[in-house]
Write a protein that binds this ligand. Structure first.
Ligand code: SF4
Ligand code: SF4
Length: 490
């Protein structure tokens, strides 16, 4: 009897026949990558950046910023409950989401410009995936040793020592992941308030959900998936290929100098051969496990660690450093042809990205400098358009929205310009001869009914352009509107 499992016939012995060669070619087992620790300028730079970025991420929710009248004292806070985003001296409201759009556009353009000049600099030094993977690798080294010890450990059978090392590593990873998830939720609530309520079980349920989600993603992405995120999951390497060209400075193996490669013994001549001694030091330190000598690759995150490793080797064998360096394909090809390399920093794409960056920055700066905490919105009554009162005067009604986004009570002095001697009435408020004073609380959006009466003799047309003016805190807010009548003078 033939039994079919997973679409394949099972043999009499119960074993599945091997996959056909064509199908096997589609599968590749991922070899675990154990990058070796390297010392050098790029490694030092990465340590320094990692320390700064982690300190900012974990510490920022605890930074206080004085604000008046019971407003949150947290310097950076996304306050979903009250619909506000606080960033030091700035606070944005939901209807100002275009500032976030502008910031995202600025971030994208900066990334495009940096990529056009320096390839995946973001990926190698500043991307959270890289930063946390570096941190998790550091922990792995603490418990399991450097590359060779880790490789040995991986090949050893389970023993109390191996279990203890793995346990220590994974426990520390989980603690770091929990701290990362924990720090994230403090950006959405006042940190000193949330801290005790979180541990007493009284925090909002969303805090626990996001804490769990961020803990899980940090542990799995930085601990267990690592380079697979950069190579297979992240869309950025694919997008970035559209931004780089032959003049982009990327981590590059200078084949014009390195080839033909081969082992070299101390005292042997260097004549007729390249500087690469095929030691694989550059491969052993690579966090994505690639060989940069194969040329520019999607899996290269431009971290520069292979530069450090190769420089160390070059110094040992007494050859000039920078066999691997930040260089452009164009420069390497020029050298290979015996020409002096020329670097083109100003190219069509860099000029375009730079100009767009300056333009969007200018718009953002102008927008911010013109930003006011006070707003006036006017909607005139449409039904009825006007009312003729018993004394013959014509009355129009308007609905005003007065917004005070400052931190103190402000009085808006509302008047009407464009019609002669208007009489103002605002239910609940006493008008003066010329205006209506409206107190508005901090953070309040006060809706006001304004009735404006005008003697018909002063209205030459059935529609008179008018303006509603609000003066507040030294500022004048003007909204254009109209005063309507039937145009018939009694
Ligand atoms: S580290 Fe330098 S010398 Fe060694 S294999 Fe890599 S490129 Fe060649
Ligand atoms: S090839 Fe070099 S620069 Fe690229 S990821 Fe590997 S170590 Fe980093």
């Amino acid at each position: 009897m033939t039994v079919v499992i997973d679409g394949r016939a099972v043999t009499a012995g119960g074993e599945k026949p091997p996959l056909p060669a064509t199908a096997q070619a589609l599968y590749k087992k991922r070899p675990p990558i154990h990058p070796k620790l390297v010392n050098g300028r790029f490694r030092q730079l990465k340590w320094a950046l990692m320390a700064v970025m982690l300190a900012i991420y974990y510490g920022l929710p605890w930074v206080r910023w004085p604000r008046p009248l019971g407003a949150p004292q947290q310097a950076v806070l996304v306050d979903f409950t009250n619909g506000r985003f606080y960033f030091f001296m700035f606070d944005l409201w939901p209807d100002e989401v275009y500032y976030f759009t502008g910031l995202l556009v600025l971030a994208a353009l900066s990334l495009f410009l940096v990529s056009a000049w320096l390839g995946r600099l973001w990926c190698g030094f500043a991307c959270p995936q890289t930063v946390w993977t570096d941190l998790f690798l550091y922990v792995e080294r603490v418990f399991e040793g450097d590359r060779n010890q880790r490789l040995r450990l991986a090949g050893q059978p389970w023993s109390p020592s191996k279990i203890a090392r793995k346990f220590g590593k994974h426990t520390t990873w989980i603690l770091i992941a929990a701290a990362t998830g924990g720090a994230w939720i403090f950006y959405f609530h006042d940190a000193p308030t949330l801290w005790p309520s979180f541990f007493s079980g009284h925090a909002p349920i969303a805090s626990y959900l996001f804490f769990g989600l961020l803990t899980f993603t940090t542990y799995s992405l930085a601990g267990t998936m690592r380079e697979q995120v950069c190579i297979y999951m992240c869309p950025w390497p694919r997008i970035q290929s559209a931004m780089v060209d032959q003049h982009t400075l990327q981590v590059t193996y200078r084949y014009d100098r390195g080839e033909p490669r081969g082992a070299h013994k101390k005292g042997d001549s260097w004549a007729g051969r390249g500087d690469c001694i095929d030691c694989h030091a550059c491969v052993n330190v690579c966090p994505t496990g690639i060989d940069i000598r194969d040329g520019s690759q999607l899996a290269c995150i431009n971290c520069g660690l292979c530069i450090d490793a190769c420089d160390e080797i070059m110094e040992k064998v007494d050859r000039p450093i920078s066999l691997i360096s930040y260089d452009s394909d164009f420069a390497v090809a020029s050298r290979a042809k015996g020409e002096t390399p020329v670097y083109h920093f100003l190219r069509g794409r860099t000029v375009f990205y730079g100009a767009a960056l300056v333009l969007v920055s200018a718009v953002m700066v102008i927008g911010f400098s013109l930003r006011t905490p006070y707003q006036l919105h006017v909607a005139r009554d449409r039904n009825p358009l006007f009312v003729r009162l018993h004394d013959g005067s014509i009355r129009n009604g308007y609905t005003l929205k007065l917004i005070n986004r400052g931190y103190s009570v402000e009085t808006f002095k509302v008047s009407v310009v464009g019609v002669q001697t208007p009489r103002l009435q605002a239910p609940g408020l006493a008008p003066t001869a010329t205006d209506v004073s409206v107190p508005v609380q901090p953070g309040e959006e006060r809706v006001l009914r304004l009735l404006v009466s005008v003697a018909p003799q002063s209205l030459a047309k059935s529609l008179t352009p008018a303006q509603i003016v609000a003066r507040v805190d030294g500022q004048t807010l003007i909204t254009k509107t109209a005063f309507i009548t039937d145009g018939v003078t009694p």
